[in-house]
Ligand binder design. Structure first.
Ligand SMILES: [Zn+2]
Length: 249
């Protein structure tokens, strides 16, 4: 069969990622149970596990209802507080998904929230609200330095890694990026591709680490264009200024 990964759209712009193989499934960040139950029923899947990246309600509110229907194991960040029964995970932990023949590594990525973790394995990165298509998460709890270092760790993953973000923010992020990096040909190409994809009502994700390195301004704070566009004498400061500007864009 082989591992399949599909987005379950939820709310206005969330994606709940569904991983499945041979009748067994795992979901990432189920903020709403109803579309997940429908997606599982449609494909005749049993839910084995739920992965949580951080505590925000739009990533967790469906968990209790799913647990009342499926005997799934929930993995959630050790640094967060969760009202449902779960296995706490942190830096260096490995989650073995037997039926999916996959192992995922836990990487702590504080910044968007203190507890945020991402899951990496099988050439896939489930990065919640840390890294977005051509952008990154807002700073709700952490400092811009923390988020900068979290993103730098993700930037070092293999370039072919597929990046599964939790929101469809790519188009707006590209508009912002184009203001800072207008002569970037890869970014212009991505803009055209994303516009076509979204017009066909398909998700702009997954992207890849290689594509993010080439186009995402938050990973390009050392590039000449960004250094000219924004004040600051080191990449961390430039990143902080960029994150601040993006809040009001
Ligand atoms: Zn969030």
């Amino acid at each position: 069969m082989g591992l399949k990964i599909t987005p379950i759209p939820a709310f206005r712009d969330n994606y709940i990622w569904l991983l499945h193989d041979s009748g067994h499934a795992v979901v990432v960040d189920p903020g709403d149970a109803i579309p997940v139950i429908a997606a599982l029923a449609l494909r005749h899947l049993t839910l084995d596990a739920i992965l949580i990246t951080h505590h925000h309600a739009d990533h967790t509110d469906g968990v209790s209802e799913l647990l009342s229907t499926y005997p799934a194991t929930v993995y959630a960040p050790a640094r967060g507080k969760y009202k449902f029964h779960h296995q706490a995970v942190g830096e260096g932990d490995t989650i073995v998904l037997d039926h999916l023949h996959s192992r995922l590594q836990v990487i702590e990525t504080p910044g968007h929230t203190h507890d945020h973790v991402v899951y990496y394995g099988a050439n896939c990165l489930f990065c919640g609200d840390t890294l977005f298509g051509c952008g990154c998460g807002r700073l709700f709890e952490g400092s811009s330095q923390e988020l900068y270092h979290s993103l730098q760790r993700l930037a070092k993953l293999p370039p072919q890694t597929q990046v599964f973000c939790a929101h469809e923010y790519t188009r707006h992020n590209i508009e912002f990026a184009r203001k800072l990096d207008p002569d970037n040909a890869a970014l212009l190409r991505r803009e055209l591709e994303v516009n076509t994809t979204l017009a066909q009502q398909r998700p702009s994700l997954p992207s890849t680490i290689a594509l993010e390195l080439a186009t995402n301004p938050f990973l390009r704070c050392t590039s000449p264009a960004i250094r000219v566009a924004l004040p600051g004498d080191n990449p961390e400061t430039i990143f902080g200024v960029m994150r601040e500007l993006r809040n009001s864009f």
